[in-house]
Design a protein around this ligand. Structure first.
Ligand SMILES: [Zn+2]
Length: 272
């Protein structure tokens, strides 16, 4: 296991440059190191067909701290903010029980969305119940970026892209309530909150390096300790709060409700 991480860090340190062949070969190496990791560790699986191709059961227990370079102009590696716009939904729990693994950025249908960094398109397709028209780009620095809800896709799998290249047009396809870009940055398949690194309203990168430690994935413990309750007929905020030993005010805060909210049978409430 240590060796895999050492390999991965080694890869991350030489992967830059403007040469597209070099980008492609470092991505091959990244895939190979993830594949060998999944062979060594039963809790890590690797399947290129999925958005989260590598999804360890608990990434916190297997990673060593690693620094990811997001931008290194002197080596020809740049970060371009995929779309400039207001952030309308952040990373974390929303409506109490649903966890949002990305950032939602406002846009207009037809706006051009660009690749954040040089890389290779790993997946591009249509996911009707989720991402809509989406693509996943693997980058030579060891992370992947995911872009969802396009009205039109402009890339195909295995296509090499440069930072700033158009990859899709803004839209609202898939599970979406209005035009926006759903953006994720993933390390070993696990999404990371990058709201402190990228300023979407101004279109600026705030930090040129992402430092990943087990602490980066602290939200996973909140997620695994979260508990839910399905509302049954006749139940109220008061009876549910009493049942779980919490206050009505706490339930309301967790679920974005007011104390006068009407509960529907079948509704999910987060209770812890
Ligand atoms: Zn989203």
């Amino acid at each position: 296991m240590q060796r895999s991480f050492w390999l991965l860090s080694l890869l991350l340190s030489w992967a830059f440059g403007t040469d597209s062949l070099k980008v492609a070969s470092s991505i091959r190496m990244l895939y190979a190191s993830l594949e060998s990791l999944s062979e060594q560790l039963p809790k890590v699986w690797w399947d290129r067909q999925w958005v989260g191709a590598c999804r360890p059961k608990d990434i916190r227990s297997i990673i060593a701290p690693v620094r990811i370079t997001l931008q290194k102009p002197e080596e020809g590696f740049y970060f371009v903010v995929p779309i400039q716009g207001a952030l309308n939904s952040g990373f974390g729990f929303r409506r109490g029980w649903q966890f949002h693994f990305g950032l939602d950025i406002d846009l207009k249908v037809g706006d051009t969305v660009v690749a954040a960094m040089d890389g290779e398109v790993r997946l591009a397709g249509y996911d009707p119940g989720g991402y809509g028209y989406f693509c996943v780009i693997a980058h030579p620095n060891g992370v992947e970026t995911v872009y969802g809800h396009f009205s039109r896709l402009l890339v195909t799998p295995e296509q090499l892209v440069k930072a700033g290249d158009p990859i899709g047009l803004g839209g609202s396809t898939g599970r979406s309530t209005g035009p926006h870009l759903h953006f994720e940055l993933r390390f070993m398949g696990e999404p990371i909150d990058v709201s402190a690194l990228i300023d979407f309203p101004s279109g600026e990168l705030i930090e040129s390096e992402l430092y990943i430690t087990p602490e980066t994935f602290a939200h996973l413990s909140t997620l695994s300790s979260a508990m839910y309750h399905v509302v049954r007929r006749g139940e109220s905020l008061y009876t549910i709060a009493r049942r779980y030993g919490v206050t009505v005010r706490y339930l309301c805060a967790l679920n974005g409700l007011s104390t006068r909210s009407i509960l529907r049978p079948g509704q999910y409430l987060r209770v812890r």
